[in-house]
Design a protein around this ligand. Structure first.
Ligand code: ATP
Length: 348
């Protein structure tokens, strides 16, 4: 039995999560042994109870669930985002979800904003470290200066880079590590040391390092030259948001996070790349595709390939028919998109 913890969270999180429940019901009808439990965490719960994630629930999540499906977190009523730190960041850090996988496989030429590039030509997968760098949240402000620290450990960097090397080896494609070791001599110096050790362990992988700023320029000029890109937390976020733009926008980009070394039963979390989007929350126009494709990544990881392909195929089919939420230039609501995708899934 696969046990799934669902945390819809804040803003558009609950709206896009609504699209997941019918898919899970359908998966169960296909004979997959799954059950799910929803947890109420988010800003409402935090403001009401002062609790971002109780220790008891954290332990329950860690020890008696296999995975988390997460919507989004962030709310203007908690401007310092402390409930998000104590919820999502805690899950990522304490479950040791060092690997954050963000694939970019655009479905439609019309959504790729680059001239002369076809959607079918872009296949880029980002491996982003998910727990460190600026996520150490250390720093301070003085009257005339401010300091933000970024911490990098060889353990987390090795776990992330090894996952990227293994993926590139399996896919027989090149790996590029985006860094700024010329400036961030300590942190990214460590990244390059671990990178060079792994390069020796994976001689079959064509691996190279590239300064992150030059890489962003090259990505726009010639995205076809890249396949697997690995980076730290901050640079990985910039690269994957740029790639979300290639797919049509923030609303469609999925992600999966996992702990390859499996320190606990619950060693994976799936969430869209986008945040809680307070500007459109409650309007019913959020794009559910990022959440649905993240759910498809969960199915894939679970070995439920047929179901994963059904969701991906249904999304592609619905977009091809011209249905789209406003962020993709359409007029459909979140619910209309969800219903159209769900109908398509059933016919797969
Ligand atoms: P975070 O730091 O939590 O990732 P963010 O500041 O990057 O958050 P998002 O919440 O991802 O911001 O929103 C960025 C922009 O993308 C907003 O204008 C938002 O409306 C839009 N957006 C994000 N997700 C969606 C979605 N699912 N559907 C439509 N628009 C979206």
């Amino acid at each position: 039995m696969t046990r799934i913890a669902i945390i819809p969270g804040d803003g558009i999180g609950p709206e896009v999560m609504e699209s997941v429940y019918p898919v899970l019901e359908w998966v169960r009808k296909q004979g997959r042994d799954a059950e799910w439990v929803s947890f109420p965490y988010g800003a409402d719960h935090f403001l009401r109870t002062g609790e971002a994630l109780s220790d008891a629930h954290f332990q329950e999540l860690r020890d008696s669930f296999d995975t988390v499906l997460f919507g989004a977190v962030g709310d203007p009523r908690v401007p310092d985002g402390r409930h998000a730190e104590a919820l999502l960041l805690r899950l990522r850090q304490e479950l040791e979800l060092h690997v954050n996988y963000r694939p970019c496989f655009p479905f439609l030429d019309g959504h790729v904003p680059l001239k002369g590039v076809r959607a079918s030509e872009i296949h880029i997968e980002v491996f982003r470290e998910n727990t460190e760098g600026p996520y150490c949240l250390k720093g301070h402000t003085e009257p005339d200066r401010a300091v933000d620290e970024a911490v990098h450990s060889s353990k987390a960097v090795r776990i992330l880079l090894k996952a990227a090397f293994e993926h590139a080896k399996q896919k027989e494609c090149p790996l590029t590590v985006a860094h700024k070791a010329n400036v961030m001599k300590h942190g990214h110096g460590l990244w390059m040391r671990v990178f060079n050790e792994l390069r020796a362990e994976f001689p079959e992988v064509k691996a190279s390092g590239m300064h992150a700023d030059a890489l962003l320029c090259a990505l726009v000029q010639d995205p076809k030259r890249f396949a697997v890109i690995a980076a730290d937390n901050f640079i990985g976020d910039l690269v994957s948001d740029l790639l979300a733009g290639f797919q049509g926008g923030m609303g469609v980009a999925p992600s999966a996070s996992w702990a390859p070394h499996r320190p606990h039963r619950c060693a994976a979390l799936f969430e869209p790349v986008h945040g809680s989007a307070p500007d459109i929350a409650g309007k019913g126009i959020a794009n559910p595709i990022g959440m649905l494709l993240s759910t498809a990544l969960f199915f894939q990881r679970e070995g439920w390939s047929k179901e994963a392909e059904a969701v991906q195929g249904a999304v592609a089919a619905v977009l091809t028919r011209g249905l789209a939420t406003p962020d993709l230039g359409g007029t459909s609501t979140c619910r209309e998109m969800q219903q159209a995708i769900q109908k398509e899934i059933k016919t797969c």
